[in-house]
Design a binder for this molecule. Structure first.
Ligand code: URA
Length: 252
């Protein structure tokens, strides 16, 4: 995915700019003020050519591994909105470092303010599209705590498909299994508005708690606490796609 592109050399000023450290002029000032290290060495020439391969920057003492495109996993806490212009709660973007916001990362599909769990963010439009289009059949698995005990009939209806009020096309779970009296794990490939909550209402139940545990074959890491994020590795990205092995091999 990123291998061939990562081998090029670019001026330090452009690299800093690409990572979200401010305008070209501001990045140039940071470099000339000796506030930037390249693999542990201070470089004070903004025009110096630097290889981006395995590049670790340090900017005003903030260690920053170079990423041509940003792909992150974030453990969303409750009471945060996945929006820049929030209505009632703070934004998830407040919990991420400024350079990521500056370079324009976006949530890959939104979770409701009260939903917790696996949220992807990226500045790669093609990746965002591929992860969110139902055409790719990428499953998103949710752990659902229901208000009422879940019945076998309700699970059957979720798997067969239910009609939501704004669209006559049935909406179905590709997997749905009971894990407790009021606990069910359901996988869907679409991302309609409040889809899981509305599907549960359609079968006569109600969602009490909602947590996204996985996308494709990629699971929210156990080590990642609520409010924490980390870079996704190329292996993680392949897990997200399931059967797809490379972004560049698929242009849909
Ligand atoms: N479905 C919902 O109803 N809410 C979410 O946050 C995600 C899926």
């Amino acid at each position: 995915m990123m291998s061939s592109k990562n081998k090029k050399s670019i001026t330090l000023e452009k690299i800093l700019f690409s990572q979200g450290f401010g305008t070209r002029r501001y990045c140039s000032h940071l470099i000339m003020a000796e506030l930037v290290q390249v693999n542990g060495e201070i470089i004070d020439d903004p025009e110096q050519l630097i290889s981006t391969e395995n590049l670790i920057l340090s900017v005003e003492d903030q260690v920053w591994p170079f990423h041509e495109k940003a792909y992150l996993v974030f453990h969303k806490p409750p009471n945060y909105e996945c929006s820049h212009k929030t209505k009632h709660h703070p934004s998830v973007y407040n919990l991420l470092p400024a350079p990521l916001i500056e370079r324009g990362i976006q949530c890959v599909g939104r979770l409701d303010q009260d939903t917790t769990g696996l949220l992807l963010l990226s500045d790669d439009g093609q990746f965002i599209h591929q992860m969110t289009t139902p055409k790719k059949n990428i499953g998103k698995a949710y752990e659902i705590t229901t208000a009422e005990p879940i019945t076998p009939h309700q699970i059957e209806c979720l798997l067969k498909g239910v009609v939501l009020d704004d669209d006559p096309t049935p909406c179905l779970a590709i997997q749905c299994s009971q894990e407790g009296e009021r606990k069910v794990v359901m996988t869907i490939v679409e991302g309609r508005y409040h889809q899981v909550k509305r599907m549960l209402v359609a079968v006569g139940n109600h969602v009490d708690k909602l947590h996204r545990r996985s996308i494709g074959n990629y699971h929210l890491p156990m080590s990642l606490k609520e409010g924490e994020w980390q870079w996704l590795s190329p292996e993680n990205i392949n897990e997200l796609y399931g059967r797809i092995t490379s972004l560049t091999t698929d242009n849909d």
